[in-house]
Design a binder for this molecule. Structure first.
Ligand code: NIG
Ligand code: FE
Length: 390
């Protein structure tokens, strides 16, 4: 069955060959034809072919479904008291991860799954049609395995993050924990994961420990991603590029050598403005990365500690206000950028052959995502051809 979406006042395609020739590929007065879960035609509404069904979007703007390449959704509990303490000056140290680990270990699978379902629902309402989901709040073989399994019920983009922090029971025995993470824990998690990730930061894992975990994951067939440069500069960005990681995330503190390495690589720099907002840390310099030629993605990093948001539109607005991106660059980063960070060529753009993921905005232009910060502009979402009306 084919569906013609027409009356699209402004369509962001992310195809530079379409429309205005910019990377955003903006087409006015556009239409899209969807067959099942795929896009089969994109062009001016006046030249649209006939279809089985016709839906008019009344002149509203539409963008590709957002691709959220960084989220930690499998957890129990919440940390609003920690957030509130930061408003009176307490710094973010990532130490609160242990609070969430304790809550997560005592929660049963049903409760963890219900938590992911609730956040996945929020994401869809926010226009996110593809999301990644990490483990990392279990930190035992069994708790990490079940976190990966539960994540896999909601998304194929599951990430094994046993190397989030060293749990309390391994205090003073960190080498033993690294051996567990790259040994039995990896064996248990790899069948349920697509990616391996490491928190490469002072207070978490150093470069040698991170390399050991990431290369072991790679040997199990997992793709590589890295958390780095969140709390301070370090070796994580260089390591990510060295290992051809799909993405290195946070990138708040970068040396000139880090920026040059990213620009000369396939590794995407994923920026997480919700973290900067929630932890009151400096803003990552997205302008510097784009000007150097790096590929930039925007993601929510939805987690209970550093960024408890699924609001990708708000992240777009923050990146425009604080990271030096134009509205078009920010929308591109939240769609095509996220797809690149997940090495996906089937999502992140509105072109024939791609999955039919579209967001109808209650606005005449994608610029409104930044121009009207915090306003729920997502009016309708099409995900793999299925329509959800807000
Ligand atoms: O991406 N940086 C490490 N991990 C998460 C935060 C986790 C937490 O505070 O619970 C992040 O920001
Ligand atoms: Fe994270």
């Amino acid at each position: 069955m084919t569906v013609l979406y027409t009356g699209i006042g402004e369509l962001v395609t992310n195809d530079p060959g379409i429309g205005d020739g910019s990377p955003l590929g903006v087409l006015p007065d556009a239409a899209v034809v969807v067959d099942g879960d795929r896009i089969v035609w994109v062009g001016p509404a006046a030249r649209a072919p006939a279809a089985d069904h016709r839906v008019s979007w009344g002149g509203d703007a539409a963008v590709p479904g957002f691709v959220d390449s960084h989220a930690h959704l499998v957890f129990a509990g919440e940390r609003s008291a920690e957030f509130a303490a930061r408003t009176s000056g307490r710094p973010y140290t990532a130490g609160g991860i242990r609070t969430t680990v304790a809550a997560t270990r005592t929660a049963d699978d049903g409760r963890l799954g219900a938590g992911v379902a609730r956040l996945a629902g929020e994401m869809l309402a926010a226009g996110i049609t593809t999301f990644e989901c990490k483990s990392g709040y279990g930190l035992t073989v069994d708790d990490e395995r079940r976190a990966c399994e539960i994540a896999g019920r909601f998304t194929p983009e599951t990430t094994y993050l046993g190397a989030h922090v060293v749990p309390d029971e391994y205090a003073g025995r960190r080498d033993d924990y690294v051996d567990l993470v790259r040994g039995p824990m990896l064996d248990a998690c790899a069948p349920h994961a697509r990616w391996v990730d490491v928190f490469c930061e002072r207070g978490a894992f150093d470069a040698d420990e991170s390399r050991a975990v990431l290369t072991a994951g790679r040997d199990h067939g997992l793709g590589v991603r890295v958390h780095a440069g969140q709390l301070g500069p370090g070796a994580g960005v260089g390591l990510a590029v060295e290992l051809d990681a799909a993405s290195v995330d946070h990138c708040t503190f970068l040396s000139d050598a880090d920026v040059a390495a990213l620009a000369g690589s396939r590794t995407v720099a994923t920026l997480l403005p919700g973290v900067e907002f929630s932890t009151r840390t400096p803003w990552a310099d997205g302008r510097r990365l784009i000007d150097a030629g790096a590929t930039v993605a925007l993601a929510t990093d939805c987690n209970p500690g550093s960024s408890f948001t699924t609001a990708m539109g708000f992240c777009v607005a923050l990146a425009v206000r604080h990271m030096g991106l134009s509205p078009g660059e920010a929308v591109h980063a939240a769609t095509a950028g996220g797809a690149a960070a997940l090495r996906r060529s089937d999502v992140g753009a509105v072109t024939p052959g791609r999955r039919a993921d579209l967001v109808r905005l209650a606005a005449p232009s994608h610029v409104h995502l930044a121009y009207r910060p915090g306003v729920p502009l997502v009016r309708e979402v099409v995900t793999a051809g299925t329509r959800y009306v807000a």
